[in-house]
Write a protein that binds this ligand. Structure first.
Ligand SMILES: [Zn+2]
Length: 177
C-alpha cells in the first residue's frame, strides 16, 4: 500500500488535492507537512500490527500466569485487585483492533459509520457462528453507540464502559456470591 495514495490513519484512498482524508478527517502528512511526535499512533499499520495485538498478548499471558500457573499463590482479595492488570490490556486491545476492522469497512465503502459497520459485521458474524458471535456481541456491545473514527478513543471508551461494569461487579455482585 502506497502511503501517498492511501490514508495512513484509516487506509482509505486519498484525493491528492485535499489536505485531509475524506473518510476519517486525518491530515495528510507529506513533504510539506511535518510529522508530529505521536505520528506512530496515527499509523494504522503500527496500531493493528503492534500496539493492539501486543496488549491482547500481554493480557492473555497474564491470565495464563495468574489463573493457571500462580493461582494458589494469590488470595481471593489479591485476585480481585490484580484483575485490571489483565482485563484492561485485553479490552483496550480488543476494542482498538475491532475499531480498525470497522474503519477498514468504511474505507472500502461498505459502511458509513463505526456503528453502521459494526452492526453489519456482527450480524454476518452471528449468522456464520451464532455462539461465538453472541459472546463477541456482548463484549463489543458499546460499538453500537460509538460515533468517532478514532480507534484509540474507541479503545478508551470501551475500556471505560467495561471498567465501570467491572467495578459494579466487584463491589455489588461479587461480594454476595
Ligand atoms: Zn483516513
Amino acid at each position: 500500500m502506497n502511503e501517498s495514495q492511501h490514508c495512513i490513519n484509516c487506509g482509505g484512498p486519498l484525493d491528492p488535492k485535499l489536505p485531509k482524508c475524506i473518510y476519517c478527517g486525518s491530515p495528510i502528512f507529506g513533504k510539506g507537512t511535518p510529522k508530529p511526535w505521536n505520528y506512530f499512533l496515527q499509523s494504522k499499520k503500527i496500531r493493528t500490527r503492534a500496539i493492539y495485538p501486543a496488549l491482547i498478548l500481554i493480557g492473555t499471558i497474564l491470565v495464563i500466569y495468574i489463573y493457571l500457573i500462580a493461582f494458589d499463590r494469590f488470595s481471593e482479595t489479591t485476585l480481585v485487585q490484580i484483575t485490571p492488570l489483565w482485563f484492561f490490556p485485553i479490552v483496550f486491545g480488543g476494542f482498538g483492533y475491532t475499531a480498525e476492522k470497522m474503519l477498514g469497512l468504511i474505507a472500502v465503502g461498505q459502511a458509513t459509520s463505526i456503528a453502521d459497520a459494526y452492526k453489519k459485521w456482527i450480524q454476518s458474524f452471528i449468522a456464520v457462528n451464532p455462539l461465538i458471535g453472541f459472546i463477541v456481541a456482548i463484549f463489543l456491545f458499546p460499538f453500537t453507540m460509538f460515533n468517532t473514527k478514532n480507534s484509540i478513543l474507541i479503545a478508551f471508551l470501551g475500556s471505560a464502559v467495561w471498567g465501570i461494569l467491572l467495578l459494579i461487579f466487584f463491589n455489588g455482585i461479587f461480594p454476595s456470591l
